[in-house]
Design a protein around this ligand. Structure first.
Ligand SMILES: Nc1ncnc2c1ncn2[C@@H]1O[C@H](COP(=O)(O)OP(=O)(O)OP(=O)(O)O)[C@@H](O)[C@H]1O
Length: 318
């Protein structure tokens, strides 16, 4: 059997047994993950789960209280100076200076780097070319996020930290940002992303981890994370069949979720695709509907999503 040892060039981010406390409160309780070079890892979780605390240790803002953390093979706290030109950071709250123009802001950041992008190239990447002469304080919230992103990438970083990068962006800007992130990853940049938009993680990430109360509860590729969480069979509750008359399947009543203002009945089919349980669930529902002469509108079967897994984890750990 051959063994392969990962070198520091293979692994951009290594976190092993990381612990972090604020006084008596343990915000991060011993977590492990790695991000290979050129990978995109999404750290997801509930409010207060410990994501920002984790990222701040990786960014070198504070030392790890326990465990080990390596960024490009180096201790991010001790080697802050060496790492700074190799790392791009987009924080949740930007420290932009309102009086400067967009162009002046980009030039200020360019001066901090050895081989920065041209200003016009950085602004074109984020769709702010026509805002070059505008003062930062006059930008909208979403435009400020785009400027933050331009500043994070202007130094051509090897590793990019994106903390909720698309919050406040309109759908068009969000999709353009996703494309930019995908292009950066395709060009070899390693990205560590936190986001509350699970669809964003589903689209972009090679691997995800879901944190809750300081621990990673589940991690892997999106298909690995959703595997074992079954399929969802759903339909609009027929007006003729009130909620309490809906059938139980395998002893379970449906969950009722409101979709577009209309109640939708949702059955979770554990066991998933291979054993045909989704098929049997649909057949049972159709037989029930036919016998009552009601129609199951918008009847659908879909695999569990990251959001389903996320909500299950929160529910189980209430
Ligand atoms: N400076 C601090 N002093 C005391 N407690 C803190 C401090 N910073 C964070 N915490 C606490 O540590 C926990 C983790 O916070 P953190 O900001 O890392 O969570 P998060 O996962 O990034 O949350 P969110 O999704 O809401 O941004 C929270 O309970 C928070 O209240």
């Amino acid at each position: 059997m051959s063994t392969q040892t990962l070198t520091h060039t293979d692994t951009a981010v290594e976190v092993a047994g990381l612990r972090q406390s604020y006084g008596e409160f343990e915000a991060v309780k011993g977590i492990d993950f790695t991000v290979p070079s050129g990978g995109l890892f999404a750290l997801l979780g509930t409010n207060g789960a410990g994501k920002t605390t984790t990222i701040e240790v990786l960014e070198g803002f504070r030392p790890a209280a326990g465990g080990t953390v390596r960024l490009l093979g180096l201790d991010p706290y001790r080697s802050r100076k060496a790492l700074r030109p190799r790392v791009g950071i987009m924080l949740q709250e930007s420290g932009l200076i309102g009086d400067l123009t967009v162009a002046e802001t980009v030039d200020l950041w360019r001066d901090l780097h050895v081989r920065p992008m041209e200003r016009v190239a950085a602004l074109a990447l984020v769709g702010l070319t026509d805002k070059s002469g505008v003062r930062v304080r006059q930008l909208s919230g979403g435009q400020k996020r785009r400027l933050d992103l331009a500043l994070a990438v202007v130094g051509r970083p090897e590793v990019l930290f994106l903390d909720e990068p698309t919050t406040g962006m309109d759908p068009e800007a969000r999709i353009a940002t996703w494309r930019l992130i995908q292009d950066l990853v395709a060009a070899g940049t390693t990205v560590l992303l936190t986001t509350h938009y699970l669809e964003e993680a589903e689209r972009l990430a090679d691997r995800v981890a879901i944190m809750h109360r300081g621990e990673i509860r589940i991690a892997g590729t999106v298909p690995e994370v959703v595997a074992g969480h079954g399929d969802r069979v759903a339909f609009l509750v027929p007006a003729e069949a009130p909620i309490d008359s809906l059938p139980r399947i395998d002893g379970a009543a449906p969950e009722i979720v409101v979709d577009d203002g209309r109640p939708t009945a949702r059955y979770t089919v554990t066991g998933g695709e291979p054993d045909g349980r989704a098929h049997r669930t649909v057949a049972t529902l159709l037989a029930w509907a036919t016998s009552r002469n009601v129609t199951l509108n918008r009847l659908s079967v879909r695999p569990a999503s990251l959001e389903d897994v996320f909500l299950t984890i929160v529910e189980e750990n209430r």
